[in-house]
Design a binder for this molecule. Structure first.
Ligand code: GLC
Length: 557
C-alpha cells in the first residue's frame, strides 16, 4: 500500500495556475515553471485537473480524447517533461480521470449519434418521443438530465451538462476502454489517479421517476459501484498507486467501503457534506450562514466513523468547485491571516490526507465579481437564469453567485504584484481579484509569519510527526459552541488541537490545558489564562506532550 498517510497533495487547476505562452490560459509549461515553488512548499503529490482534449464546456471535465492533450494546455511532450521534472523533485503526479461521462464530441459519442449499435451501447440511450424525457431526473447543472436526439428518436442521459454524456458502465466494453486509459497513463509514469464523481457510475437496472427528489438516490453509490471499482483497480493494475474518488452526495458507510484497504478499491475519498452547511435546505443557490454546529458534527462523524471502519478521508476545504474557504468559513477582512491559518490547521492535523488547492496556501479570497459578464463557469451561467426565473432579483442572483460560484476558486493564481498577478503576460481568461497586489506568493515568501509558511510547517509536521500521520483521534469539548478541539494519540504521546471557528473570543473551561510543548499556533503568545483556556478570534493552537501515567499506575523508575 502506498504511504499516503504522511503526504500532502496539492491540487493544480492548470487553466488558472500559470500561463507560460501568453495566451491568457494557464498551461502545462506554466506548471513546469513552478515546480520549484511546489517543491519548496514541501507537498508530495500534484493532482492536476483535466488537460486532455476537450471542447472545454466544463473546463476539461468534458473529455473528447483521454489519450491526447488539448493544445491549449500543451503537448504530450510537455506531459512527459512535467512527469520527469516533477519526479526529479520528488513530486508524484496524479491525473484526473473523468469516467462517469465523456464529452459529446468524443469519437464514441459521435459514432453513437451516427447510429452505430456498438457505440450506442457505450452511453445511456432510451427510446421515446420528443416531449417526455424517460425520467424526471434533474441535471446537476440545472434542467433535465436527458437530452433528445431527433435523428435517433432517443434520449441520452447526462447527469451534468448536456455536452457530458454518461457512459454505460453496464457494458463490459466500456469498462475495458477505461482500464486501458489507466494503463496508458500509469506506464507514462503517473503516480496517482483522482476519479471524478466516481460514485455515480453505476446506474439502476430500471429507470424510473423520482417522486421524492432529483433522481440522485437511484444512481448515487449505485447498485454495482463496489464491483466496478474493484474490477477497475485490479484489472488496470493500479492497486499500488494513490487513488482518490470524488464522491457526490455519498454516505459514510459507502466511503468506509471505498477506502478500507481490505476492499481493494481506493486509497481515500472526498465527501462534500461539510461543504453544504451553508446551503439553505440543502440548496446551493440559497444563502445561509454556515451552521458551525453541523460542521463540527460532520467532522466528528466522519473522522470517528472512518477510523472505526478502517477507512481513510481526503481532508480539504477548497477545490476548483468551491468558493474560497477563508471567505466562506473565515474572515477575508481583518482576520484573514488568522482565520486562514486556523482553517488550515483544523483539517491538516486530522486523520486523513490533506489537499491544498492552489492559492489556498496564500489565503486567496473569493473573486468579488459584481457583474455577470465576469463569470465563466457553465454551472454559474446555467443557474443565473434559473435563479431569476425562481424570482430572485438581479442583485440577489448576483449576490448568490458572488458567494457560491465555482469561479471563486478559479481566479488566477496570485504569484506576485505584477500585472494580472503574475499569472499571464497576456489577457487572463478570467479576472484576478483586486487584492493580488497584497496577497501573493512573492510577498508571502518574504514574510516569516505568512499563511504560506504556516502551510509549510503543517506539511512538514505531517511528515515528521507520526502523531499527525498515524495517531488515533478523539474529540474534546464537543459541547463548546464554535470550538473544534481534538486529541491525536499514539504510543503514549498525544497532540491536542484546539480551534476557534468564530471571530468572537471564547473561554473554554474544563479543557485539559496542555502543559506540553506548543507545536503550532496563529497567535504569538500562549493562549491559556488562569484555569481556563482563552481562544482569541479564529485562534488555533496545537500542543504535544507525552501522556501522563494513568491514575494509580506506577511511576516509571
Ligand atoms: C466534478 C468536477 C467538476 C465537474 C463535474 C463533472 O464534480 O470536480 O468540476 O464539473 O465533476 O465532471
Amino acid at each position: 500500500m502506498p504511504n499516503f498517510q504522511n503526504q500532502t497533495i496539492y491540487q493544480i487547476y492548470p487553466k488558472s495556475f500559470r500561463d507560460a505562452n501568453g495566451d491568457g490560459l494557464g498551461d502545462l509549461r506554466g506548471v513546469i515553471e513552478k515546480l520549484d515553488y511546489l517543491q519548496a512548499l514541501g507537498v508530495d503529490m500534484l493532482w492536476l485537473t483535466p488537460f486532455f482534449k476537450s471542447p472545454l464546456h466544463d473546463n476539461g471535465y468534458d473529455i473528447s480524447d483521454y489519450l491526447s492533450i488539448d493544445p491549449v494546455f500543451g503537448s504530450m511532450e510537455d506531459v512527459e517533461t512535467l512527469l520527469r521534472e516533477a519526479g526529479r523533485r520528488g513530486l508524484g503526479v496524479m491525473f484526473d480521470m473523468v469516467f462517469n461521462h465523456t464529452s459529446t464530441e468524443h469519437e464514441w459519442f459521435r459514432r453513437a449519434l451516427r447510429g452505430e449499435p456498438r457505440y450506442l451501447d457505450y452511453y445511456i440511450f432510451r427510446d421515446g418521443g420528443p416531449d417526455t424525457p424517460p425520467t424526471n431526473w434533474v441535471s446537476k447543472f440545472g434542467g433535465s438530465a436527458w437530452e433528445y436526439v431527433p435523428q435517433l428518436g432517443k434520449w441520452y442521459l447526462h447527469l451534468f451538462d448536456r455536452t457530458q454524456a454518461d457512459l454505460n458502465w453496464e457494458n463490459p466494453a466500456v469498462r475495458e476502454e477505461l482500464k486501458s486509459i489507466l494503463r496508458f497513463w500509469k506506464q507514462k509514469g503517473v503516480k496517482g489517479f483522482r476519479f471524478d464523481v466516481v460514485n455515480l457510475i453505476s446506474k439502476p437496472a430500471v429507470f424510473e421517476d423520482d417522486e421524492q427528489g432529483d433522481g440522485r438516490r437511484f444512481y448515487t453509490d449505485g447498485p454495482r459501484i463496489h464491483e466496478y471499482l474493484k474490477e477497475l483497480v485490479a484489472d488496470a493494475g493500479i492497486g499500488g498507486m494513490v487513488t482518490v474518488g470524488e464522491m457526490s452526495s455519498t454516505s459514510l458507510e459507502s466511503c468506509t467501503r471505498y477506502t478500507n484497504p481490505d476492499e481493494r478499491e481506493l486509497s481515500m475519498a472526498f465527501n462534500f457534506h461539510h461543504l453544504k452547511v451553508d446551503y439553505k435546505n440543502g440548496d446551493k443557490w440559497e444563502l445561509q450562514a454556515a451552521d458551525l454546529d453541523r460542521l463540527k458534527q460532520l467532522f466528528i462523524d466522519w473522522q470517528l466513523g472512518m477510523q472505526e471502519a478502517g477507512g481513510w478521508n481526503a481532508l480539504f476545504w477548497c477545490n476548483h468547485d468551491q468558493p474560497r474557504a477563508v471567505s466562506r468559513f473565515g474572515d477575508d477582512g481583518i482576520y484573514r491571516k488568522e482565520s486562514a491559518k486556523m482553517l488550515a490547521a483544523c483539517v491538516h492535523l486530522m486523520r486523513g490526507t490533506p489537499y491544498i488547492f492552489q492559492g489556498e496556501e496564500l489565503g486567496m479570497t473569493n473573486a468579488g465579481y459584481t457583474s455577470l459578464s465576469q463569470y465563466r463557469d457553465v454551472e454559474s451561467l446555467n443557474y443565473y437564469p434559473i435563479m431569476r426565473d425562481r424570482g430572485k432579483t438581479e442583485a440577489e442572483a448576483l449576490e448568490v453567485l458572488r458567494q457560491r460560484s465555482r469561479d471563486n476558486g478559479r481566479t488566477p493564481m496570485q504569484w506576485s504584484a505584477a500585472p494580472n498577478a503574475g499569472f499571464t503576460e497576456g489577457t487572463p481568461w478570467i479576472e484576478p481579484p483586486e487584492n493580488y497586489h497584497t496577497i501573493n506568493a512573492e510577498a508571502e515568501w518574504q514574510d516569516a509569519d505568512s499563511i504560506l509558511h504556516f502551510y509549510r510547517r503543517l506539511i512538514r509536521l505531517r511528515k515528521e510527526n507520526r502523531l499527525v500521520s498515524e495517531g488515533r483521534i478523539e474529540f474534546l469539548c464537543t459541547d463548546c459552541p464554535g470550538v473544534l478541539a481534538y486529541r491525536r494519540y499514539l504510543d503514549g504521546a498525544e497532540l491536542i488541537v484546539c480551534n476557534n471557528l468564530t471571530r468572537a473570543p471564547v473561554h473554554v473551561s474544563g479543557f485539559p490545558i496542555p502543559e506540553g510543548q506548543k507545536l503550532l499556533g496563529n497567535y504569538p503568545d500562549a493562549a491559556s489564562e488562569g484555569g481556563s483556556l482563552l481562544l482569541r478570534p479564529y485562534e488555533t493552537a496545537a500542543w504535544q506532550r507525552a501522556e501522563r501515567p494513568a491514575a494509580g499506575a506506577p511511576l516509571p523508575g
